[in-house]
Design a protein around this ligand. Structure first.
Ligand SMILES: [Zn+2]
Ligand SMILES: [Zn+2]
Length: 234
């Protein structure tokens, strides 16, 4: 399996374009799932082209939450893929839903923790002023949790995963939304993740520069530098 960061505000490969937002491609077995779409579909497709990823072969799109920097690339992507299923939360805005409903693509409303594909789960809707879902992949090394912005809290999301799938957590990857937090608060988030047994972290997007430094310091070799073009594979 592999996870490829296609859209992010941090750069890993200088040949690719950055932008505010997040998107990654999750490949599990034969399945290809696009997690979020970034803010700009042109940048998303441009990066995919440079990485030799054909948008037409993606099976489904998983939207973590209804923010433009995660859903903005969706229309341009769906123009290139009429068969991908779109997984979203029931609470998403009617504007976003109606744009998808006018297309051939199948729309799947998610609400509760559950399996969406072989070895792939949604946390279901986690309540917050910005409701959000995270993706969980059950691998031989343990669970991988992918967050969009982690508005409900990266610790709260990880706790929900543990409640529903009591297995070791190998990696938490994505936006951790700590950019407005002070160091002592970030430190307590890191401690909570360590207590939950999170083995590796790959924060990006809205995690914040200060948080990246602290995570790097405390996680050491288990800190994975993430950004556009990063490929993590097992
Ligand atoms: Zn957000
Ligand atoms: Zn975001």
């Amino acid at each position: 399996m592999s996870i490829t960061t296609i859209f992010d505000n941090y750069s890993h490969d200088k040949n690719l374009r950055t932008g505010w937002g997040f998107s990654c491609l999750v490949e599990v077995g034969e399945k290809k799932i696009l997690f979020d779409t970034g803010a700009d579909g042109k940048v998303l497709l441009d990066n995919m082209k440079k990485m030799d990823l054909n948008p037409g072969i993606i099976d489904s799109v998983f939207l973590s939450h209804d923010h433009w920097d995660h859903t903005g690339g969706l229309p341009v992507f769906l123009d290139k893929n009429e068969r991908a299923k779109v997984y979203f939360l029931k609470s998403f805005s009617e504007d976003l839903k109606s744009d998808i409903k006018n297309r051939e693509n199948e729309l799947l409303e998610l609400e509760k923790f559950g399996m969406i594909d072989e070895r792939v789960y949604t946390t279901g809707e986690i309540e917050h002023t910005v409701p959000e879902q995270a993706m969980v992949i059950d691998t031989s090394k343990g669970l991988i949790v992918i967050t969009g912005c982690a508005h409900p809290g990266v610790v709260e999301i990880t706790e929900k995963v543990k409640e529903n799938l009591p297995k070791e957590i190998f990696l938490v990857l994505g936006g951790f939304h700590l950019l407005d937090k002070k160091n002592p608060q970030i430190d307590s988030v890191i401690s909570a993740l360590e207590d939950l047994g999170v083995q590796k972290v790959a924060p990006c997007h809205c995690s914040g520069v200060g948080a990246l430094e602290l995570f790097k310091k405390r996680y050491g070799e288990n800190f994975i530098e993430n950004g556009v073009g990063k490929v993590i594979s097992f």
